[in-house]
Design a protein around this ligand. Structure first.
Ligand SMILES: [Zn+2]
Length: 341
């Protein structure tokens, strides 16, 4: 077993005016991710819930901007794929419609419009909506590798509401694919490969076993998916879902996707209860045609503006040092989330 949860505490001393300038010790913890060795800082602030936010005000600001994903507009203003790639130009199933993204984040970049409804509150998403969205995205990916054999790396992603970077309120996923992984995807793929070579075991299998044994960050299992609070978090509410023994998004069964969407709905309820409102989500695939050392996993983060002035939750740390900051220990988050699983 090569899983190591490495961390180091450091103290900072201040004279605190709140206690008549008595010396007070503040603590921070640096943690290293067990797979990628990336360092993060964990500040355990005594916050349970963040203050509520006026979501209606955010929705109102977007009201006058025409939405390209509402049913009337979609057909007229959104692009189409060439017919020899997707017959008819768009891949649709039920209310789900997959169209090309106008912004070329990768060689193949698609938008999955999830529903006809312009705004869906976090707790109003249904299993069917999410299942249809993710499963149609997987159908698209299977078609992608069929038409272009140079595509080796892909993922399905979601920015929900503007606080997460989402520029359109209407719920939509984003698919990216090409011959280059993203930085973190590449780190995970290499890390899992090296772990397999060094320990002759699957990193993911051993991570799940170790977390289950420790019980501190193991939130629960839904069918074939295991839900963990990330040891080295990227930010607020960082939650990871691992699909047991699935190396590629192309291998996921309908039941896997049902398990995943059921777990996701539980996280949504937790996020809503803790006033998180907005999130980023990525569902990562291993290298297509590569070995079996990678297991498909998803990672999601809550995103919101911080009280009292509505500051961004991303600062010089993330942007200029590549070092994420978490304000709550994952062990505390795990305790909070367990009741929802
Ligand atoms: Zn819309």
């Amino acid at each position: 077993m090569g899983i190591a949860f490495k961390g180091r505490f450091q103290n900072a001393k201040i004279l605190d005016p709140k206690t008549g300038y008595e010396e007070t010790t503040l603590t921070l913890e640096t943690r290293w991710d067990p797979l990628t060795k990336r360092s993060v800082r964990v500040l355990d602030l005594p916050i349970k819930k963040l203050a509520t936010m006026d979501i209606d005000e955010i929705l109102k600001r977007a009201e006058d901007i025409p939405c390209p994903f509402c049913p009337d507009a979609l057909d007229e203003v959104t692009p189409r794929f060439p017919n020899d790639f997707i017959e008819g130009g768009r891949l649709c199933f039920g209310e789900v419609c997959i169209i090309p993204n106008r912004l070329p984040f990768d060689r193949y970049c698609a938008v999955v419009v999830l529903t006809h409804q312009h705004y869906v509150p976090l707790v109003d998403f249904t299993e069917e909506q999410l299942f249809n969205g993710f499963s149609t995205a997987c159908v698209f990916l299977r078609r992608l590798v069929e038409v272009d054999s140079s595509v080796r790396f892909f993922s399905i992603n979601w920015n929900y509401l503007p606080m997460s970077g989402g520029s359109i309120i209407h719920p939509h996923l984003q698919i990216i694919g090409g011959d280059l992984p993203t930085h973190y995807q590449g780190e995970m793929i290499r890390g899992a490969r090296e772990y397999r070579q060094q320990w002759e075991a699957s990193f993911w299998d051993e991570l799940i076993a170790k977390e289950k044994e420790l019980g501190e960050r193991y939130i629960g299992a839904v069918g074939n998916t295991v839900w963990l609070a990330s040891y080295a978090p990227f930010g607020l509410g960082d939650t990871m879902a691992v699909f047991r023994e699935r190396t590629s998004l192309l291998n996921l069964t309908d039941q896997d996707l049902r398990d995943f969407t059921q777990g996701l709905l539980k996280v949504f309820r937790y996020y809503q209860e803790f006033n998180y409102y907005s999130f980023n989500l990525s569902l990562y695939s291993g290298e297509y045609g590569g070995d079996d050392s990678f297991w498909v996993n998803a990672r999601m983060l809550a995103r919101r503006l911080l009280p009292p002035v509505g500051a961004s939750d991303v600062s010089y740390f993330e942007k200029l040092h590549g070092e994420p900051i978490a304000y709550k220990r994952p062990e505390r988050q795990c305790e909070e989330m367990r009741g929802y699983f």
